[in-house]
Design a protein around this ligand. Structure first.
Ligand code: LMR
Length: 328
């Protein structure tokens, strides 16, 4: 009895003496699947740094790179379940939620990354940021990586060279169709499994921007890389709609301003980073880099182009038309 009175008195004293703690910061877990020295990896770290500087007492950002928290297979569900608050999946990974974003996968649609950026500023692209609202997926910004190159265990100079090879692809029907046009087969696979699958030989080819090729050391298993620039790898920075709207207005506005700044920087630096990664691969000398003449590249374009028509209805003729007007 005496003991419990003392315990009660002590607890009461403790309660009185403990200073009222400030509200707990909002925690944003930002999970992604690539290395830190890539456009997305750097973007995530810059976001964390700026939030720390400007909103350090109110928001805490934790970055989990290289599929260490969630990978391709489960990250979108984890975001919808509130287990993670920010992601930047490639636009090829949203097929289950919207068909419209497949426009970004169409081969040879955009001449270069500048054209992609111009499209992302158009009204149609801005609308696509809201295309998954029904699934609680809230698009915040577009981040870009770079133009994709083909790699394989044999030299790919003409489209017919790809025939019979099995390519690792992201889960996009457009990418599946693109390789089918070449007489190649595909395996949809998480990014984190790609290197092992190429090592084992279950797939013999892939498509990646220079930064992912170099940071994953894919040249250790892909002796030939063809500089096709046939498509682009772009991301959507997303959050969970309910979570995002629940952030107090003032803090949310500041976060959105930081996102705008970071997105500008990511998209400004992406090309340079990919150029450096290309140089790194050339210097390593493990893979032969095949450059195409204008005529050779035109042959790839002709081979892959029938895919556009097949997906026009799903994507929407208006979206496709808007995308077609951005090349110069
Ligand atoms: C891929 O799966 O190839 C890419 O989406 C990986 C990434 O996020 O850059």
């Amino acid at each position: 009895m005496f003991k419990s009175v003392v315990t009660l008195a002590l607890s009461a004293m403790l309660l009185i003496c403990t200073p009222v703690s400030a509200a707990e910061p909002i925690v944003i877990k930002f999970s992604h699947v690539v290395a830190e020295d890539t456009p997305k990896g750097r973007g995530a770290l810059l976001f964390k740094q700026l939030v720390e500087q400007r909103l350090g007492d109110k928001v805490k950002v934790e970055v989990y790179p290289n599929s260490t928290l969630f990978g391709d297979a489960d990250e979108l569900q984890a975001l919808r379940d509130g287990k993670v608050q920010m992601l930047a999946p490639s636009l090829s990974k949203f097929d289950a939620y919207t068909k419209q974003l497949q426009v970004f996968d169409l081969p040879f649609l955009f001449d270069d990354l500048e054209a992609v950026k111009r499209f992302q500023k158009r009204e149609k692209s801005r609308e696509l940021l809201r295309s998954m609202a029904g699934y609680d997926i809230y698009g915040l910004a577009y981040w870009n990586n770079g133009m994709k190159q083909l790699s394989a265990t044999r030299a790919l100079k003409a489209p017919a060279d790809a025939k019979g090879l099995n390519f690792r692809i992201q889960p996009s029907p457009v990418l599946e169709a693109q390789f089918a046009e070449l007489g190649a087969t595909t395996s949809k696979m998480a990014f984190s499994e790609t290197l092992a699958a190429l090592q084992k030989g279950t797939v013999q080819g892939a498509e990646n921007p220079w930064s992912n090729l170099a940071s994953q050391k894919l040249d250790s298993v892909q002796p030939f890389i063809t500089e096709t620039n046939h498509g682009s790898l772009n991301y959507m920075l997303i959050s969970n709609s309910k979570f995002w709207i629940s952030i107090p207005y003032q803090v949310r506005t500041q976060l959105e301003a930081i996102i705008e700044e970071v997105s500008f920087k990511v998209n400004q630096d992406a090309e340079e980073l990919n150029r450096k990664s290309r140089e790194q691969l050339v210097a390593a000398g493990r893979a032969q880099i095949i450059t195409l003449t204008h005529e050779q590249r035109e042959a790839w374009r002709e081979a892959m182009r029938p895919v556009w028509q097949r997906f026009e209805t799903e994507i929407g003729a208006d979206v496709l038309r808007a995308a077609q007007t951005v090349n110069r």
